[in-house]
Design a protein around this ligand. Structure first.
Ligand code: CXF
Ligand code: ZN
Length: 365
C-alpha cells in the first residue's frame, strides 16, 4: 500500500516528505493507520548518526493510531483497535519473560538497525529499499508496519492523538521514578534536565510523595513549568552551581538523582548531589562511545548509579497505568505537548532543538 513518510536521507539533514510503499503485514506484524507521532530526542540523535542506524530511514517511535490489518498469528489486537506504539522487544528471552523487556538483548538490532532481524525492510520508495523498523515502528508516516509486541491497546474513547509520547519519552521519565528508583514517600530528589523526560519524572516524583523535588535546567520557562508540575525548588544551572546548591539546601545531598541530559559532567554532578547511599539514574542516550568519570572514594560511601532504559517499563502494563494517572489528574503530561501538522515536521524539529519552545512536539498525520 502507499503511504506518506518523513525520510532522513543524509546525516543531520531535514526530514523529506515522500511517497513510499509498504508491504502487507507479515506473521506477527500489524498495519497501523498512524494518527500522530511524538518527536523524541533519539529521533534527532539518529538523524545526526550518533547511533549507526543506516540511512535513508523513516524514523518516529512515539506513534499512536488505529489497527488496520493484522498478520497471521496476531491474537492480542484486531482491526479497529486504538493502540499506542512503544519499543520493540523479542518477548521470548529470559529478560523479556522476567518483565525486563527494556533490557532485551535484541533491543539494539530490533530498534535501531533499520531492518527486521532477517534483514528485510517493509518500506520501499520507487522500488528502492528504505530503512525502517525504527523502534519496530517508523511512525513518522501515515501508515506503519509494526509488531504485535509494540502495540499497547487503549480504550475506544481514548484521545489517541495525545498518547504516542507515552510509548517512549514520557514512560522513560515516569518509569525511571515509578519502576526503577521507587522513592519512598517523603524522599528528596533532584532531576537534571527538565525537557519531556525530566518533567515526566517531576510529575512521577510528586505522585510518589517525594517532598523535595529539585529541577535543574538552563531554560527558565521549563523551570517554571517544572514548578507548576510539582518541583518544590528550581535551579537555573546557567546562574548557579547546581551540585553545591543541592548539597547545601538538603544538608548533605538528595536521596535520589536523575540525569536526562547525557552530558558527562552533568551526570557526575547528579551523582555527587546525592548523599551517602543515595541513588542516581542515568536515562539519556549519549553518542556511542561517550565516557564519563566518577570519584571512586565518593562512590565508596554507598552511592549507587544505574542505567534505566524506557523507564524499565513493560509497556502493556505501564502505559495503561500512566493513562489512568492522567485521567485522575495526577499525571498531566498533556501540558508538555504541542501539536504540529505532519508537513510541519521540520518546524517541530526547530522548535524542539533550536528554540526550545516545544517540549514534546506531536505530529498529526
Ligand atoms: C533510548 C535511548 C537510547 C537507548 C534506547 C532507548 N531512549 C529513547 O528514545
Ligand atoms: Zn525516544
Amino acid at each position: 500500500m502507499e503511504a506518506l513518510a518523513a525520510i532522513i536521507e543524509k546525516q543531520g539533514g531535514d526530514f523529506v516528505l515522500d511517497n513510499v510503499s509498504l508491504e502487507e503485514p507479515r506473521d506477527g506484524e500489524v498495519l497501523v493507520k498512524v494518527a500522530a507521532a511524538g518527536m523524541c530526542h533519539t529521533d534527532l540523535t539518529v538523524r545526526d548518526q550518533f547511533y549507526p542506524t543506516p540511512l535513508p530511514v523513516v524514523l518516529g517511535h512515539e506513534g499512536s493510531g488505529v489497527i488496520e490489518k493484522v498478520g497471521r498469528g496476531v491474537t492480542t489486537v484486531k482491526p479497529g483497535d486504538k493502540v499506542v506504539l512503544s519499543f520493540s522487544y523479542c518477548g521470548t528471552c529470559p529478560s523479556c519473560l522476567k518483565g525486563h523487556q527494556a533490557y532485551c538483548p535484541s533491543l539494539f538490532p530490533l530498534n535501531f538497525m533499520g531492518r527486521r532481524l532477517d534483514g528485510s525492510t517493509p518500506i520501499t520508495r520507487n522500488g528502492e529499499e528504505v530503512n525502517a523498523c525504527f523502534f519496530g515502528q517508523s511512525s513518522f508516516a501515515t501508515y506503519s508496519i509494526t509488531t504485535e509486541n509494540n502495540c499497547v491497546k487503549v480504550a475506544d474513547d481514548a484521545q489517541i492523538e495525545l498518547l504516542g509520547p507515552l510509548g517512549c519519552g514520557i514512560q522513560t521519565g515516569a518509569g525511571a521514578i515509578l519502576n526503577a528508583l521507587q522513592p519512598d514517600p517523603g524522599s528528596t530528589i533532584a532531576i537534571f534536565g527538565v525537557g519531556s523526560v525530566g518533567l515526566s519524572a517531576v510529575m512521577a516524583a510528586k505522585a510518589s510523595g517525594c517532598l523535595t523535588i529539585i529541577a535543574v535546567d538552563r531554560n527558565p520557562a521549563r523551570l517554571e513549568l517544572a514548578r507548576e508540575l510539582g518541583a518544590t525548588d528550581v535551579i537555573d544551572a546557567s546562574q548557579t552551581d547546581a551540585q553545591e546548591a543541592i548539597v547545601g539546601m538538603t544538608g548533605g545531598g538528595v536521596d535520589f538523582a536523575m540525569d536526562t541530559t547525557a552530558i558527562p559532567s552533568v551526570l557526575r554532578s547528579a551523582v555527587e548531589s546525592t548523599h551517602n547511599v543515595g541513588e542516581t539514574a542515568v536515562v539519556g542516550g549519549a553518542k556511542l562511545g561517550t565516557e564519563f568519570s566518577l570519584d571512586m572514594n565518593n562512590m565508596l560511601f554507598g552511592r549507587k548509579l544505574r542505567g534505566v532504559i524506557e523507564g524499565s517499563s513493560t509497556p502493556q502494563v505501564f502505559i495503561p497505568q500512566l493513562i489512568a494517572m492522567q485521567k485522575a489528574g495526577q499525571f498531566p503530561f498533556e501540558k508538555l505537548c504541542t501539536y504540529y501538522d505532519f508537513d510541519q515536521i521540520n518546524e517541530a524539529v526547530e522548535d524542539t532543538e533550536k528554540n526550545g519552545t516545544a517540549i514534546k512536539a506531536i505530529l498529526k498525520m
